[in-house]
Design a protein around this ligand. Structure first.
Ligand code: B3K
Ligand code: ZN
Length: 883
């Protein structure tokens, strides 16, 4: 089945809306099965639109009850309506008021878009196009309106009623058990930022005074009884607000800021104006139920959604092609926040690990697309690692190129110029071009050209002339629709390290005082003078560009960097590169000499003895080998996941054996003392200790089982308990099964904790896992309608278990395909996300590739696929030559 080409929306076809909606008054009467929505829209023709255009409002699954124009009920002949649109072919040519009454069924809404119910509460999700599931509207981001929302509900069912903006009034409806609240948002916004909540909710709160003196009430709403678990989120919110004032000069602009946690949510959270709605996984935390990683995620996502208030809400997107304008920029802002709150180098390494695992993989897959795509069928499929993470890297490169001061000036100008508007990537870059006087048109290619550039570097030392030359070449592989690539503008932050570990003070005029070289041609060379000894180059310090690098450095040179580089990122990177070479060698049967294994093991041993406990969080990263999916990507073709799995086990065993005493020492010395605290330093100690446990278990399974079992029983927090259980899951036997059973019982009433338990079991790399996953789907806590449950069980199997998802017999693919088909009619966004697990199918060896293709074809043949799944499956199958 070929997709319908008419469904494709193109950036080049953008034109302004023919009508504008200045004011929206909504009257929403909540009812579980029949919610009434009366929308009164103050409209006028857009001077920039077409003069005689009909008025076409978007709808989705709507039931129209009445429509009137300037107070006159419209007879059937004056409009056309269906569930998907409402058209008035002869609308007034001046201002008018349109009143539309619709009825919707929030209980039947399993897509979790528009108005739906979660745990008995009412909530909404409108981005990207969910508002049209509430009322007929010009549901596009460049139509900005001032909203007033009246929410009415049964007092018992929904004692709490929340909307965007500021509370205006509330009260009882006499003679009934119903009540209402009115909210007004003075800031014009697009419909995707609309939200309302009604339900039984507890909250925690505090007062905040902005830098300009505005008093703001901050509140975090959660399921009653879970208030204590919302404290960390509230604290993170307050810190985010302070940070955005200090670092970006951005101040909050309403009297209230509300966050509501719900348990059924398609993604992490949503930045609705003044009323953020969150997946409860990113709000609720207690030492007993949340890991250090959960605390860090909560902090980052609370910050991210808050930062959208400026980057996304005050300045929004002209159209959905500009999604990276708000998402890439806001990810950059939340990364900077976390780096300031925690350890900058450690956070940078974590960012790069995610970027490589998700975005580089996407770039190498049939789903590769530019940070600003040129076309889409289903916009919800473009909330991707490329738009978010690579989008953030572009902003970071811009800052690297123009420097901190000009970056801040450019940001200020961007916010000043574009406040209250729906902007484009060009508007963003223009602000920086203005403050720096630079031409950023070449740099802008990062938004348009997909694929990860590959940079190859060679160094040549001339002892007589005391010069060192670096030869750079770059090439970007073809991606769908982009067979030919142009060179990119790549900032390379670099330094030279002498073999004794000291920094070499060499000179090259093309390198800026900040040690940045702009590599923007297919080939280029740098010559350093005054180089007194043969150096080891340290390139792409702090990961200054999202590229893959091939460096002609020996393992010996890399281990010098691991030991001596002043750039922490490159110390880590050097160790990873050596480990990757060894893993690829083991997995592809081109085994490296024993000496290479020894060299890495001794270098890590030395590192453990000298450095590890000075910065435990960093040490934990150094001691963690590249993941199996990273190795698969590096191999790139004819991948055998079983061979990679064995290779990684083997290298862990070798390192664990060589470093056994040192690791054991760390394990003993870093034992938890005192009460749990989620701060970065404490989390770092736990991380290092748990990595030590993992390597010890690889070297000596009996010792591993003994230590992990003891830690599992004695743990005083979820981080240590889960880490020990995770180690146990790699050791088949009774101890593992007992621990899993104990954990399952202990947290039987804690869905978010059971998600971790589902995930661990789904990720066990053993043949029996598929059976285990199927039987866990019968667990009382599992629910096919809840995205967190589906992702933690089925998603984890597909994404975190390379040997079992890619089983040679194809049963892993078949299972996930079945699940996609089962989830699709209920929740297309969830189904299409699951399906992206097939992104790596083309790099598998032939047998697996054929089985994966059959599973994809089986999905594609289905007649009633959602647009979401149809789009992903077709792009996944498209032949390389069509790409
Ligand atoms: N803007 C939302 C994501 C909406 C996803 C729609 N399918 C969350 C965020 O990025 O902050
Ligand atoms: Zn975002």
């Amino acid at each position: 089945m070929r997709p319908d080409e008419s469904q494709i929306i193109q950036l080049k076809d953008y034109r302004p809306s023919d009508f504008l909606i200045d004011r929206v008054v909504l009257d929403v009467r909540l009812d579980p099965r029949a919610t009434r929505v009366i929308a009164t829209l103050t409209m006028r023709p857009n001077p920039e639109g077409r003069a005689d255009a009909p008025l076409v409002l978007d709808g989705d699954d709507l039931n129209l009850r009445a429509v009137s124009l300037d107070g006159r009920a419209l007879p059937g002949g004056e409009y056309e309506s269906g569930p998907q649109s409402l058209t008035i072919s002869q609308p007034p040519r001046g201002p008018f008021t349109l009143t539309v009454e619709t009825e919707i069924d929030p209980t039947a809404n399993t897509k979790l878009m528009g108005l739906y119910r979660s745990g008995g509460n009412y909530c909404t999700q409108c981005e990207a196009d969910g508002f049209r599931r509430i009322t007929y509207f010009l549901d596009r981001p460049d139509v900005l309106s001032v909203y007033t929302t009246r929410i009415e509900a049964d007092r018992d069912e929904a004692p709490v009623l929340l909307g965007n903006g500021n509370p205006v009034e509330s009260g009882a409806i006499e003679g009934t058990n119903r009540h209402y609240a009115v909210w007004h948002d003075p800031h014009p916004k697009p419909s995707y930022l609309f939200a309302l909540v009604g339900g039984r909710l507890g909250h925690v709160g505090k007062a905040f005074t902005t830098m300009g003196g505005r008093k703001v009430a901050l509140k975090v709403y959660v399921e009653p009884g879970k208030e204590e678990r919302a404290g960390y989120a509230l604290d993170a919110l307050e810190r985010s607000m302070r940070w955005d004032e200090r670092v970006f000069g951005r101040e909050y602009d309403l009297d209230e800021f509300n966050i509501v946690a719900v348990s059924d949510f398609n993604m992490g959270a949503m930045e609705n104006k003044g009323l953020n709605i969150f997946n409860d996984k990113y709000v609720l935390a207690s030492p007993e139920t949340a890991t250090d990683a959960d605390y860090a995620n909560i902090e980052a996502i609370i910050a991210h959604e808050y930062f959208h208030n400026w980057s996304g809400n005050r300045v929004t997107c002209r159209d959905w092609f500009q999604l990276c304008l708000k998402e890439g920029l806001t990810v950059f802002r939340d990364q900077e926040f976390s780096s300031d709150e925690r350890s900058r180098p450690v956070h940078r390494i974590a960012e790069v690990k995610t970027l490589r695992a998700r975005q580089f993989a996407e770039d190498a897959s049939p789903l590769a697309h530019p940070v600003r795509p040129q076309q889409y069928r289903e916009i919800n499929n473009f909330y991707t690692a490329t738009v978010y993470e690579k989008g953030a890297e572009i902003v970071r490169m811009l800052k690297t190129l123009i420097g901190d001061e000009d970056f801040r000036r450019g940001m200020d100008l961007y916010f000043e110029r574009c406040d209250g508007t729906a902007a484009t990537v060009e508007d963003f870059l223009d602000a920086f071009a203005t403050v720096t006087g630079r031409d950023l048109s070449h740099f802008a290619r990062w938004y348009a050209q997909a694929g990860t550039p590959r940079v190859t570097v060679r160094g040549v030392y001339d002892a007589t002339a005391q010069t060192y030359r670096l030869d750079f070449t770059q090439a970007t592989p073809p991606t769908p629709g982009q067979p030919q690539k142009e060179p990119m503008a790549i900032p390379v932050r670099l330094g030279l390290v002498a073999r004794d570990g000291t920094a070499l003070a060499a000179h090259c005029e093309r390198v800026s005082p900040q040690n940045v070289f702009l590599f923007d041609k297919a080939q280029d060379s740098l010559v350093f003078t005054g180089v007194t000894s043969a150096p080891v180059p340290s390139l792409f310090r702090d990961f200054s560009a999202p590229v893959r690098t091939t460096l002609e450095l020996t393992n010996e040179d890399l281990l010098i960097l691991l030991r001596h580089d002043t750039d922490a990122f490159n110390r880590w990177q050097a160790g990873q590169t050596v480990a990757m070479r060894l893993l690829v060698g083991l997995a592809t049967g081109t085994v490296a000499p024993d000496g290479d294994f020894d060299a890495l093991a001794f270098a890590l041993h030395d590192f453990l003895a000298r450095d590890a406990e000075r910065d435990p969080a960093f040490a934990a990263l150094v001691l963690t080998l590249p993941g199996e999916a990273d190795v698969a990507q590096e191999i790139g073709t004819d991948v055998d996941p079983d061979a990679i799995h064995r290779a990684r086990l083997e290298l862990r065993r070798i390192l664990g054996t060589t470093c056994r005493e040192a690791l054991h020492g760390i394990y003993v010395r870093l034992a938890e003392s005192g009460p749990y605290s989620p701060d970065a330093a404490s989390a770092g100690r736990r991380a290092l200790r748990n990595v030590a446990l993992d390597l010890l278990a690889a070297a000596d399974p009996d010792l591993g089982e003994q230590l992990a079992s003891a830690q599992f029983s004695a743990a005083s927090n979820m981080t240590d308990r889960l880490a020990s259980l995770s180690v146990l899951t790699t050791l088949p036997g009774e101890a593992r099964e007992n621990a899993l059973a104990t954990f399952g019982e202990r947290y039987a009433t804690e869905p978010l904790v059971l998600d971790k338990w589902f995930t661990l079991q789904a990720a066990i790399q053993e043949e029996d896992t598929l059976r285990r996953v199927r039987s866990l789907m019968e667990h009382p806590a599992f629910s096919i309608g809840n995205p967190n449950r589906v992702r933690s069980l089925v998603g984890s199997f597909a994404m975190l278990n390379p040997t079992q998802f890619n089983r040679p017999d194809g049963q892993g693919y078949d299972f996930v395909a079945d699940m996609v088909l089962r989830v699709d009619p209920l929740n297309p966004q969830l189904a299409s996300r699951l399906l992206t697990a097939f992104g790596s199918w083309r790099i598998m060896e032939k047998e697996r590739r054929n089985r994966a293709r059959s599973a994809l074809l089986r999905i594609a043949e289905n007649a009633s696929l959602s647009r979401d799944v149809g789009d992903i499956v077709h792009r996944s199958l498209e032949e390389a030559q069509n790409r």
